[in-house]
Design a protein around this ligand. Sequence first.
Ligand code: ADP
Ligand code: MG
Length: 724
Amino acid sequence: MKQALAVIPATLLSDIFRLTPLQKAGLTKLGIASADDLLHYFPTRYTSIAEIKNIANLLKGETVTIYGHIVSSKTAKGFRSKIPMTEAVIEDATGRIKCVWFHQAYISKMLVPEMMVKLSGHVEERNGALYLANPELVRTNELPLDTSGTLFKRDQNETVFYPVYSETKSVTSRFIYHHIQKLFSKGVLEDIVDPIPEEILSRYHLPTLRAALVWIHAPEKEWDAQAARKRFAFEEVFMIQLARQRERALTKEHSGFKIVPDQTALEKFTARFPFKPTSSQTRALLEIFSDFKKGIPMARLLEGDVGSGKTFVAAVSAYATAMSAPSDNKFGNLQVAYMAPTEILAEQHFKSFIEYFHGTNIEIGLLTGSGAKKFPSKTDPGGATKVSKTQLLKWVSEGKLPILIGTHALIQKSVQFKNLGLAIVDEQHRFGTMQRGKLVKKDASLPHLLSMTATPIPRTLALTIYGNLDLTLLDEMPSGRLPIKTELVTKSNRRIMEEHMRAEIKSGRQAYVICPRIDEPDPEKELALQAKSVTAEAKRIAEDIFPEFSVGILHGKMKPDEKEWVMEEFKKGAIHILVATSVIEVGVNVPNATMIAIEGAERFGLAQLHQLRGRVIRSNHQAYCYILTDSSSEVSQKRLKALATAKNGFELAELDLTLRGAGELGGGKQWGISDLGMEAIKNIKMVEAARTEASRIIAEDPELSKYPLLRDSVDKNHRGTHWE
Ligand code: ADP
Ligand code: MG
């Protein structure tokens, strides 16, 4: 049904349809404003049309959908209750049934005889007659979908798919379906242009945008819906790849600082460490220095399993940078920003750097939400003193402080480096949207970027989200590390574990106990949550299990200086057992802690459990990880067992992707990918295809000037989702 003037996709829905304030609010909540937004609101699943029943076959107690026409309708009052209501009689080819809407007398005004309707509701019985109580009502006379099946060529054997959308109050799945169909009939597809070049579509047998929109919202058969989803999944991954690769191409056009480290000074610096670098670490540094020399800003991801020694690589890179003057030598030496996701971690890096840089004349600052510090201190040359933030920031902006370590606090407006040569981001997956350009003044050169992560993610995901970064792997553990012994502990062998822990602690080791919660659940609110709490568990351990040892607590709600004090005590060995939440998950480094017991392990993702376990592979003592769970679910058991056998984090990430789905990778949202896009992530062929096409286009036209549609789409949806 074409109309004189087709609706343009960018039109606001409120200019096309009459919407109630509640519907407007609901649509806003779903992120839908324009016709185009609605068209891109995809079904979460499809139900078979077979669920639609004939009136003659209805049974009491069922929830059903029927199609029919109105025979009659009237307002009425409840027999005893006097509730105002609508009563209507609906008929299909097989019979008639009464429908009742309590409290909704106005509905009768909307119903006229012969009107085609679709009703969904509960079948009830009164005085031996069946009726539908408060069914949801949709007029279908404008819809192709009715009992005569004009949309779906139904033959007896074919199941037909009907889309189901996720809803909010006031915007039901039916509302969405209905309005999309209306948009189609208003000719909205006429103005739809496909951003993906035709040759790419035909190369991978993907439907055009127009076809895919029809197929995803009104599939004739299952295959249609699948083809459409495949196209949109490809599109999403392709667009992300394009955006990342364009970033990378454009970054390379910037000038960057040329840093040529002095070999002898470097050797002297690395000799300060109490260990010999692994060959992976040496290789990583060579790659970084080769980037440094090129005079274009580095964009490198250092990916290494927990405990592989990323901090060492960061420290040597920082040293090389802090020792260099920019080529024109106008400003004094280059500066380094080192960012960590938590205060505990920033503090820890600060302390390590104090050790590494002691006696080098290189000053180091620490800036977190709770204050500022500087090393070396005037009074104690081997330590740090508190300084005012203002003073610290002044040094930073005058270029007088070579290395600044900190949390998110580093990217506030007030922090302006004079001469930033290198930005290091630790556990980069913990940071959201950011641009390294933010760290420097407007027309300053872009600093080199060293991103570090231990998050083992499947290769397909890495290829997609790290398309803008060069990758360096630290695929080797420091020598002499013994593989962690990981054991699943059930109620019956809990005592054995406790005795083993006791013996180890007596021989000088320390332990972590991880609980999923901080406090005891409020019995009113959270009856369902039986997870162990840090506070209760610490009490139980200290009083009943290990009265002879000292037990400490660490969780995210504690004040920064409390946390710092506890970490300090634990490091010193004054605390034997640290009961903590997963705040210790990232980066915490106490080599003497060689045991970790994780309560309620089924609540954690495998990658996260692996990170937690990584806390105890920091020395050459045999380390132990105890996985405690009360869950007997098969999947849960399988996952947790995998933890005991998998060789590394990457294996685990792949496993979680297959066993529990993409959601377990922290959800696609963390990576800026929709659930549909994550379907593509499971498919290496599709990801590689998207990557190949994106590289080809960017190589030939980095600004996308020949592809204005692609450029708009990339600009609109995929900017700044990642470090660039
Ligand atoms: P991660 O990669 O998880 O950040 P860290 O940098 O915290 O790992 O290093 C883990 C531990 O290993 C630290 O105690 C560090 O001093 C030590 N370490 C790093 N490199 C080596 C090495 N080549 N040989 C021995 N120990 C090392
Ligand atoms: Mg680390």
